[in-house]
Design a protein around this ligand. Structure first.
Ligand code: FES
Length: 284
């Protein structure tokens, strides 16, 4: 058996012989991901109906999940598909014991699971939150990296979250369509508001992120590890197309996450009356 060889380096949190500002990138990522997680948690809980949040959202009588005031229906991606416990549709299937839950709590497990097991995000939060390692040639505080074993085996669920994320894209595209349908007195007309464009960019960025996923590329490439002459030209073409997005997977990951949060914040701001969703084309 081959014995592992250790580099001659100081051991301990952040110990390294590097003289560059190696800590900037993991620190910036920790702040970015920390803010995103805090915001999504706050918004996800806001529409829940229990005493801590009784002064916010639905529990206070004002829904902050969708812009409805101009006959449109611009739904926040954090609350889609909309499952309102105890109400028509999917919400009618929620047991009464869970009616205190926010609509976001039922669905955030999918995007959170997809991003949390994403190969790019793994690298980002292993470095930023666990310092395992914080950067190349920087010592780890908890002993040597042991790979994704034991508890981290759950990362293998990524491909299953990818299947759900693909379905989720259809849901978000449907929401985009709904954001172009303005209703009044039983009549429906086409329209485009700033909120519609916000959701459009959200779908574009999330598509770029999802369709550039490593697992998706493996799937669309025919679930094979190499292409033989003559047998896999279509699969290879699909694989290469996906690779174009995959090359910038980190950027798609960062920008799409920001835009999901911004989309929700925009909708939240409109429902709070801080500003109004301007109708640009059509409407009622
Ligand atoms: S590897 Fe990043 S979404 Fe699949």
């Amino acid at each position: 058996m081959v014995e592992p060889r250790h580099l001659p380096m100081d051991r301990g949190l952040g110990k390294t012989e590097r003289i560059d500002a190696w800590w900037k990138s993991p620190m910036a990522m920790a702040i970015y991901l920390g803010l995103a997680i805090a915001y999504a948690t706050w918004r996800g809980l806001m529409e829940a109906d229990f005493w801590i949040f009784s002064d916010f959202g639905n529990s206070a009588g004002t829904q902050t999940m969708a812009i409805e005031d101009k006959g449109s229906h611009v739904l926040s991606p954090l609350f889609s598909p909309l499952i309102i416990p105890g109400e028509d549709g999917l919400g009618s299937r929620v047991p009464e014991a869970l009616w205190w839950m926010s609509p976001a709590m039922f669905i955030l497990i999918i995007p959170a699971g997809f991003r949390g097991t994403c190969y790019y995000y793994r690298k980002a939060y292993y470095r930023s939150f666990f310092a395992s390692p914080a950067a190349c040639a920087v010592s780890t505080p908890f002993g040597d990296y042991k790979g994704e074993t034991r508890l981290f085996l759950f990362q293998n669920l990524h491909r299953y979250f990818m299947y759900l994320a693909l379905l989720y894209m259809f849901v978000l595209t449907y929401d985009l369509w709904m954001a172009t349908q303005f209703h009044q007195n039983g009549n429906t007309s086409f329209g485009v508001s700033v909120g519609t464009l916000v959701l459009l960019l959200n779908v574009i960025l999330l598509s770029g992120y999802t369709l550039g996923c490593h697992s998706f590329r493996h799937m669309i490439g025919g679930i094979r590890n190499r292409f033989r002459n003559g047998g896999g030209s279509i699969a290879e073409a699909c694989w290469k197309s996906c690779t174009k997005l995959n090359k910038n997977h980190n950027k798609w990951a960062i920008y799409s996450l920001f835009w999901v949060m911004f989309s929700d914040f925009y909708i939240y701001s409109c429902t709070e009356g801080w500003w109004s969703d301007i109708v640009l084309i059509g409407g009622i």
